[in-house]
Design a protein around this ligand. Sequence first.
Ligand SMILES: Cc1cc2nc3c(=O)[nH]c(=O)nc-3n(C[C@H](O)[C@H](O)[C@H](O)COP(=O)(O)OP(=O)(O)OC[C@H]3O[C@@H](n4cnc5c(N)ncnc54)[C@H](O)[C@@H]3O)c2cc1C
Length: 173
Amino acid sequence: MEADYDVIVAGGGLTGTIVAQSISYYSNQNLRIISIDRNPENLPGRKSSPGWTCGDACSKEAVDFMTERIKVPWTRPEIEHDVKGVMAFSPDKETKIPFDGDGYMLNRQKLPEIQNARTKKMGVNFDFEINLTGLIYDGQQVIGVQGIDNKTKQPYKKNCKNCCRCYRNYFYA
Ligand SMILES: Cc1cc2nc3c(=O)[nH]c(=O)nc-3n(C[C@H](O)[C@H](O)[C@H](O)COP(=O)(O)OP(=O)(O)OC[C@H]3O[C@@H](n4cnc5c(N)ncnc54)[C@H](O)[C@@H]3O)c2cc1C
């Protein structure tokens, strides 16, 4: 059976879009890649029904590394302003952890919008409003993903040669 895609990126948050961009860049846009996410197209980066992508701050080092490796620069408006370090507080504000060094405050709504637009320009396809429930296996090998299309409430299946799962803090390739 012919695969629908060479690569499926399951979960199109920051990790997923950077993975999709990297695969596109290093394959010279010669692979059929799709990013699948449960968010609607007009609400990219939403982490859950009440919230947006966390990750307000990131290091300059990480952005520079990405720019150098895949030639995707982050500029304004997705970067709001420079910082010299950030302090992370626990929810009860009892514990704080400093992160020193040059970095950026990110615009948590603009960044995912711009990420998706850039990723599309790099030839990556998108399916939105798909709630993925699992992987499809052929023996030990992952050959696709499955879930529910929230637009139609119908089962959703796509098969692929490679699958990267980029949500719930797991990443398998
Ligand atoms: C309170 C808080 C503060 C944080 N602050 C920072 C910070 O300042 N700096 C920093 O670098 N990091 C921060 N983080 C970590 C931050 O979450 C990550 O940096 C960033 O969001 C990780 O991106 P991701 O793509 O891995 O995950 P996510 O942003 O969670 O992306 C996952 C994507 O997968 C999709 N998805 C999930 N489940 C499914 C499913 N079943 N089917 C289909 N799609 C699905 C979601 O819609 C989402 O788009 C913070 C986290 C928290 C909780």
